[in-house]
Design a protein around this ligand. Sequence first.
Ligand code: MN
Length: 305
Amino acid sequence: MLDSVSGKDFVVLPRLVKLTNRSGTEVRRTIPSKELRTIGAWCFLDHFGPVSGPDAMRVASHPHTGLQTATWLFEGSVEHNDSLGSKQVIHPGELNLMTAGRGISHSELAVNTGNLSGVQLWIALPNEFRNLAPEFQNYSNLPNFEIDACIFRLFVGELYGHKASAKVFTPLLGAELNVPAGSSIKIPLNSRFEHGLLVTSGVAEINGSTSEFGTLHYLHIGGSSVEISSRDGASLILLGGEPFAEEIVMWWNFIARSHIEIEEFREEWQRGSERFGAVQDSIHERIPAPPLPTVNLRPRGNSIL
Ligand code: MN
């Protein structure tokens, strides 16, 4: 669904997607969508929770290529295990950033039975970096600051002169923003970036239009600021980046540049190739790849460009 908001901005409504067959967890996905493939190199945005119970997140070992995964929680904690041997419990205010590069596998398991909520994002790697060796890092010391009574937690890029140390490969911005009841703020934007604002709690006014919980408000490149306010208080995720110029093929957990590459990655995962290694975790399961579609996957670019 596409709503015309004001001039060139628009709103993407989330669609509900089951994360895995085994876990009942449903996530709200806003990119990729019919209307919007990417925001900069951000190419995947799942918003989940609040959910509770041991199955709040139970995603067994699965592979990735050609991307970084970024996990950011609002509540709860999740254990990450990967084929490099990383074992990391992530908490709210921390960033788990996994660079798949040429190939990695990982599992993600909720570690308590309280409420769990957060976002998981993917970042497409540009061609020259997509075959890097895989890497995993947890960032727990990220910029945290207050402007006009609003609290910012910066996890990628630069904002208000603060800089996050997270290692990314294209110009990007990622931040959580809490707007207290009755507050308003005008945030300066990099006019070379396109931006998106996902409402993760409450209701926000964005450039004068109302954005409900779970919706993504898209801002084209060229804007130098955005005005946000909230009558009863709201939290948002602010994403930005220079429009991603390359065409990519995204299928299942892989990003590639051609159908043939996707076929190879799928076949390598199915036969347990060293490309993806093995994950040591408490559930000892791996998720098999679904069948390939019967038509050839074609490279796609940013539909907004
Ligand atoms: Mn994953």
